[in-house]
Write a protein that binds this ligand. Structure first.
Ligand SMILES: NC(=O)C1=CN([C@@H]2O[C@H](COP(=O)(O)OP(=O)(O)OC[C@H]3O[C@@H](n4cnc5c(N)ncnc54)[C@H](O)[C@@H]3O)[C@@H](O)[C@H]2O)[C@@H](O)CC1
Ligand SMILES: Nc1ncnc2c1ncn2[C@@H]1O[C@H](COP(=O)(O)OP(=O)(O)O)[C@@H](O)[C@H]1O
Ligand SMILES: [K+]
Length: 451
């Protein structure tokens, strides 16, 4: 953001002009929400506070009753300019009772824990009823990590200024932001900046499609039969023309349309029509599992590696293959295990996922409420999905969808992104309290949104 703002200023747009755009853009939202009700604006000492004075003045001009609470005088030149343009009432620390609150204490300049008068104000803000709006980011949130550096306030709306910050899509910060909207202030973000994933567009099979052309996916089963079946159920509904389960177990409950191959894995993997491989769900973690993983990866086919397999991957195994053919889909615990194995010591989820990608060449989909994808096309965050996804087996469904998409087009980064969207849409269709197999069953219905 600082680079983008600097570029705009080098191009002749002053910081004051940017602040006016940000403040006016935010004030339009606030005025609509206030709908005639009184508004209290909390202004901090930096440019986030400056935005607050612009918002307050703009609201006043529109006839809205406004009180500014500012425990400190502005410290930056631009915020001082903004302050001087505000003609209304300023209180120094008491939070008046109001129906709409606008929090402009700190933005991306927050650099240490919020304490003293600012912490007290945020604690009071947390306790009062009313509609609460965070400007740019909630004031106790570190915008680059999503870490909480002060009192937790539950906001109804967060207005990001000029561009999304990492905190907008990272836990724990994103959970307190309410609805999120972006206020455009005319900045051009650098091409390699982390971005929000855009809704994918999925094509129906070509007119001349047949099952192999649409993609043959092999799912490598292992010790536990349930997980690969769940993945297969999802994969059969996510685009691949042919899904095979390579298993040495009997699967009496497997659907009739799933082909189960029980011969030696090396023979199944020798089929040169294979477009993609999924290995990990239900694999087990013993010697046999390790061998199966090695056989699967030795094919050099694009692969989704998930669940148990994430505890077996190590630098030695990757040393023998082209790891750029692999996407891993770890949850928090699996990401920690991978970082341990590959000697990565980084603090935030983004830094860990990025380091894992850079060190190994693998595409990394670090899943969870704050899904994050790092790979050949950069970094992508995703809109928040249904928290009902937090149930056993939904990870297997995600892996099945990703592997199926991979079998269709062979692009790891794209497959992982599409999988997150399809997974979330399937959850959305089901509403509350579904099971993983119900989730797998509606993946084809979810597909409709993206065709
Ligand atoms: N630079 C620009 O071009 C623009 C910036 N804008 C706004 O400016 C914000 C960033 O402004 P700043 O960089 O001035 O930073 P902030 O306004 O976020 O806060 C920084 C100020 O607070 C102090 N501070 C940091 N942590 C503190 C703590 N825990 N307790 C007490 N004081 C603390 C700092 O020393 C500094 O004075 C953005 O979030 C956005 O709202 C917008 O106006 C758009 C244009
Ligand atoms: N609170 C949540 N909000 C949104 N999505 C979630 C939440 N918790 C989990 N998920 C999603 O559900 C899936 C869970 O996967 P995982 O942890 O591997 O479960 P399992 O191993 O039981 O299949 C992931 O895709 C994750 O992103
Ligand atoms: K703020």
């Amino acid at each position: 953001m600082r680079a983008a703002e600097q570029a705009a200023m080098d191009g002749g747009v002053s910081e004051w002009e940017l602040m006016q755009r940000a403040g006016e853009g935010a004030a339009q939202w606030v005025a609509r929400i206030a709908a005639g009700r009184a508004v209290t604006v909390l202004c901090g000492p930096g440019n986030n506070g400056g935005d607050g004075y612009v918002i307050a003045e703009s609201l006043k001009r529109r006839g809205v009753e406004v009180v500014v609470v500012a425990p400190r005088e502005p410290g930056t030149d631009t915020a001082k300019t903004a302050r001087s343009h505000f003609q209304g009432e300023i209180a120094d620390s008491e939070l008046p009772s109001s129906q709409v609150y606008v929090d402009c204490l700190f933005g991306y300049g927050l650099s240490r824990r919020v304490e003293g008068v600012f912490a007290e104000l945020l604690e009071r803000l947390a306790a009062v009823p009313g509609f609460k709006i965070a400007i740019d980011v909630p004031s106790s949130v570190a915008s680059d990590s999503g870490e909480l550096l002060g009192p937790e306030v539950s906001y109804d709306l967060t207005l990001a200024l000029g561009g999304w910050k990492l905190a907008h899509f990272t836990m724990p910060a994103m959970a307190m932001m309410g609805v999120k909207r972006l206020v455009d202030i005319g900045l051009a973000l650098p091409g390699d900046a982390p971005r929000l994933s855009v809704t994918p567009s999925i094509s129906a099979p070509a007119t001349d499609a047949h099952k192999y052309k649409r993609g043959l996916l092999a799912i490598v089963a292992g010790e536990m039969p349930g997980a690969p079946i769940l993945a297969a159920e999802a994969a059969m509904r996510a685009g691949a023309g042919y899904v095979k389960l390579a298993s040495e177990h009997s699967h009496p409950d497997a659907p009739a349309d799933l082909v189960i191959v029980d011969g030696p894995l090396s023979e199944t993997m020798a089929d040169d029509r294979l477009s993609a491989i999924l290995v990990g769900p239900g694999l087990g973690r013993g010697d046999d599992a390790r061998k199966r993983l090695q056989i699967a990866l030795a094919t050099s086919r694009p692969a989704i590696v998930d669940a148990d397999a994430l505890h077996l991957l190590d630098p030695e195994m990757l040393g023998q293959i082209d790891a750029s053919n692999i996407a891993v889909t770890p949850h928090e615990g699996e990401l920690t295990a991978l970082c341990r194995t590959f000697g990565i010591d980084a603090a935030s989820k983004l830094e860990r996922a990025r380091a894992l990608h850079e060190k190994t060449g693998m595409t990394v989909l670090a899943k969870g409420p704050d899904n994050l994808l790092v790979g050949a096309s950069g970094v992508r965050f995703f809109p928040t999905g249904s928290s009902w996804l937090s149930t056993a087996g939904t990870g297997d469904v995600l892996a099945g969808i990703a592997a199926s998409r991979l079998a269709v087009h062979g692009d790891l980064f794209k497959a992982c992104g599409e999988a997150v969207w399809l997974h979330q849409e399937a959850a959305h269709l089901l509403g509350p309290a579904f099971t993983a197999s119900e989730l797998a069953a509606v993946v084809s219905e979810a597909m409709e949104r993206f065709l």
